[in-house]
Design a binder for this molecule. Structure first.
Ligand SMILES: NC(=O)c1ccc[n+]([C@@H]2O[C@H](COP(=O)([O-])OP(=O)(O)OC[C@H]3O[C@@H](n4cnc5c(N)ncnc54)[C@H](O)[C@@H]3O)[C@@H](O)[C@H]2O)c1
Ligand SMILES: O=P(O)(O)OC[C@@H](O)[C@@H](O)[C@H](O)[C@H](O)CO
Length: 448
């Protein structure tokens, strides 16, 4: 039986289709001998499913590679067990006492790496992820053991440095002392990382087919594309020989270019497309790629607005071409409703910077991305969005100008977008989204 060496915060489909599968590849090739203990804190049931299945599940990789369809279903067995932190806080802290533990990974979504002023050193557990991590690291320090390699996978800028900053803040506020802070600094390596793989999760539509193929029920069955990239600041290939195992891991001194390209083109491409497409009644990304108007506007946003704002270099162009192929993967069912969750925060990180940089460089506003903001606002007004309640309230209740100028929502005043957004927004609110699409595509002169 392999030793437990990795602690994982989060149970989501990205981690199960990405890091856990890479560690499985290492173990299978005899390049590593380590199991992952998964920690769940959000009150879901995945931890139970993991334990019921003794950590084993299947990952289906489907797509087109070199023009040929690829379909691989592999068992992933890198997880040993899962803990539910609210009921098992002592067991959680005991993980720090295990000298075999080496690595911590996390994906607690974009909102997980946050400071919560209410967290106390005596809480069992404290509410925020950084506070939980601080408690774990302090126990480790008390045991006199070496620190960890820490690889956060959250899609925020400088994920590791932000996480470390909040952990240090708790350590100071909780009076853990300078010696602990020194240990934190010297013994632990917080590495910024960038993850990229489209993981669409459990294939509800094809459950029966896969169950028959696998020969058993698998509640954790996960589907993803073959493409994957994990860019990590640092070089720990000697300990974790991901590259030798054939995983597309890039050890680098700076993940910034990888991240900017990915977040602006791929995630920005998604966020710019899904809300308008949802208003038209489409349900998944593939339908978008096959819809004449949605696809035309998507291509316009990518090729005429996002890539130029990034400087239009060959790296950006080839990444954009790959994204078009990845979104057209005929075997993935990526639900627009999943991508639409928390669209306000996504817009701020994935699209707004492009609008601002485009204006700076070209002295004009990018129409397609302004259209996507109109679609976001109309979607929030007309549908049932999943987002922070205060954002939903503002977008549902206020007039357009008030919404755009609300700095609590956008972090800045966006009323300079009023003229561009308003005509599309008004049409969408009136149930004339198709007309809004025709209008922008006509204005763009023969995109279709
Ligand atoms: N699915 C993808 O294709 C993909 C690809 C790259 C990046 N991501 C990013 O990964 C993140 C997770 O996405 P997912 O697809 O795995 O979603 P998911 O809904 O399957 O999982 C989300 C998981 O986040 C964890 N979580 C949320 N809040 C937390 C908190 N405060 N503390 C601890 N854990 C918390 C939970 O374990 C939950 O299961 C997203 O933010 C997304 O941007 C997703
Ligand atoms: O996962 P989200 O909800 O943050 O964003 C939706 C998609 O853009 C995202 O999941 C991408 O598919 C992924 O980031 C690809 O690496």
């Amino acid at each position: 039986m392999s030793r437990e060496r990795i602690i994982q915060f989060g149970t989501g489909r990205l981690l199960r289709g990405f890091v856990d599968c890479f560690v499985d590849s290492l173990n299978r090739r005899g390049l590593y001998d380590g199991k992952i203990v998964v920690v769940q804190s959000t009150g879901g049931h995945t931890w139970k499913d993991i334990n019921d299945q003794h950590g084993k599940y299947h990952l289906v990789l489907r797509g087109i590679e070199n023009g040929q369809p690829v379909e691989e279903c592999r068992a992933v067995e890198s997880i040993s067990r899962a803990l539910e932190i609210n009921g098992q806080f002592d067991e959680f802290l005991q993980l720090a006492e295990n000298p075999d533990m080496q690595v911590i990974v996390s994906n607690t979504t974009e909102v997980g790496i946050q400071y919560d002023a209410a967290d106390r050193a005596t809480d069992a557990p404290p509410s925020s992820f950084p506070a939980k991590l601080c408690r774990l690291l302090y126990r480790r320090y008390e045991c006199g053991l070496p620190g960890f390699l820490i690889f956060p996978c959250e899609l925020i800028d400088s994920n590791a440095q932000v996480l470390k900053g909040i952990v240090c803040r708790y350590a100071e506020e909780w009076g853990y002392g300078q010696d602990f802070l020194n240990w934190l600094e010297q013994e632990n390596k917080f590495c910024n990382t960038l993850v990229d793989r489209i993981c669409t999760g459990f294939p509800k539509e094809e459950e029966a087919r896969w169950q028959e193929k696998i020969g058993e029920k698998d509640k954790l069955l996960n589907v993803a594309e073959p493409f994957h990239l994990w860019a990590i600041e640092g070089d720990y290939e000697a300990l974790l020989p991901f590259c030798t195992a054939g995983c597309n891991v890039v050890w680098t001194t700076d993940i910034t270019p990888y991240k900017k390209r990915k977040v602006r083109i791929l995630n920005g491409g998604h966020t710019s497309m899904v809300l308008g497409a949802s208003l038209l009644g489409l349900e998944n990304v593939l339908e978008c790629m096959r819809h004449e108007q949605v696809h035309a506007l998507f291509r316009h946003c990518i090729w005429e607005e996002i890539v130029p704002a990034l400087g239009g270099g060959t790296e950006e162009e080839s990444f954009a071409r790959a994204v078009e192929d990845r979104f057209s993967n005929p075997y993935l069912c990526h639900h627009l409703s999943d991508i639409a969750v928390n669209s306000v925060s996504k817009f701020k990180v994935r699209i707004l910077p492009t609008i601002l940089e485009y204006r700076e460089q070209f002295g004009a506003l990018p129409d397609g991305l302004c259209f996507s903001l109109a679609a976001l606002l109309a979607y929030y007004r007309l549908k049932e969005p999943k987002d922070k309640p205060e954002y939903i309230r503002t977008l549902k209740e206020k007039a357009l100008r008030e919404i755009l100028s609300d700095q609590a929502v956008w972090g800045r005043d966006l009323s300079f977008l009023m003229e561009k957004v308003s005509p599309y927004y008004e049409r969408m609110l009136a149930g004339r989204t198709e007309e809004a699409y025709q209008m922008i595509l006509k204005d763009k002169g023969g995109i279709l």
